[in-house]
Ligand binder design. Structure first.
Ligand code: ATP
Ligand SMILES: Cc1cn([C@H]2C[C@H](O)[C@@H](COP(=O)(O)O)O2)c(=O)[nH]c1=O
Length: 211
């Protein structure tokens, strides 16, 4: 059985960059690594509908916090068997965003804290009803919110395929998401959390293997 690791953080924090570096590093070291990014755009209808809602489509769908959370959760529920099979066949399964994204963003949308109703609802729906595997570790890429916001803005300016969505344009929301993420990490929500501010892949790769 491999280790299931979820990488979390704000929009533009650098999760995808970090995950790519960790995967390359571990594969060079001969480890069997499997990875997936959530939302699974292009593979999951509910992921695509949620993204389209965050870019202004589908009427008032985006206004319902619970509906948006459910769309992202259904994407993961559909991938649960694939994740379980990957854990059985690999040394490391690395997830770029997972259930904690739903907890952090939707608690933040409702101005709740990590010990509030939304985080508990996400836990109950995703881990209990949908039976999603619980990560062995979470990694919080906790770069300062202003850095993440700046990276997301620069990416949008240089990559026409990545315009900022509703959440990425909402500075107050990102600040609240950051707060909930730090609370989730502090309380070791669902499993141990490693926090890193700069995402040094060499150091992080070793820390995760040492755990
Ligand atoms: N350590 C870094 N230093 C400077 N720029 C970085 C760093 N890591 C990532 N970036 C840049 O910041 C932008 C966002 O990075 P990336 O796409 O990896 O973030 P992300 O957390 O996966 O974002 P999202 O959740 O919004 O998809 C990219 O343009 C990337 O090249
Ligand atoms: C997986 C997931 C994501 N979100 C939020 C986080 C982002 O602002 C958007 C889209 O994700 P991306 O990394 O920018 O592609 O959706 C969420 O609220 N709940 C989730 O489960």
């Amino acid at each position: 059985m491999g280790q299931l690791i979820a990488v979390e953080g704000l929009d533009g924090a650098g999760k995808n960059t970090l995950v790519t570096e960790l995967v390359d590093r571990w594969r060079r070291d001969g480890l069997r690594v499997w990875t997936v990014t959530f939302p699974r755009y292009g593979e999951s209808v509910t992921a695509d509908l949620a993204a389209e809602a965050l870019h202004g489509q589908h009427g008032d769908l985006r206004e319902s916090v619970y509906a948006m959370a459910l769309m992202f959760a259904l994407d993961r529920a559909d991938a649960a068997d694939e994740i379980r099979a990957a854990v059985a066949a690999h040394d490391i399964v690395l997830l770029d965003r997972y259930v904690a994204s739903n907890a952090a963003y939707n608690a933040a949308r409702l101005s709740q804290e990590a010990d509030g109703e939304m985080v508990e609802w996400v836990r109950e729906v995703e881990f209990h009803r949908f039976r999603l595997p619980v990560p062995d570790h979470h990694v919080l890429l906790g770069v300062a919110p202003e850095v993440a916001l700046d990276r997301a803005a620069r990416r949008a300016a240089t990559d026409a395929t990545r315009p900022r969505d509703l959440y990425e344009r909402d500075t107050d929301l990102q600040l609240r998401v950051d707060r909930v993420y730090r609370q989730l990490a502090q309380s070791m929500w669902m499993s141990p959390w490693l926090s890193t501010a700069d995402g040094d892949p060499a150091e992080l790769a070793q820390r995760l293997l040492d755990e």
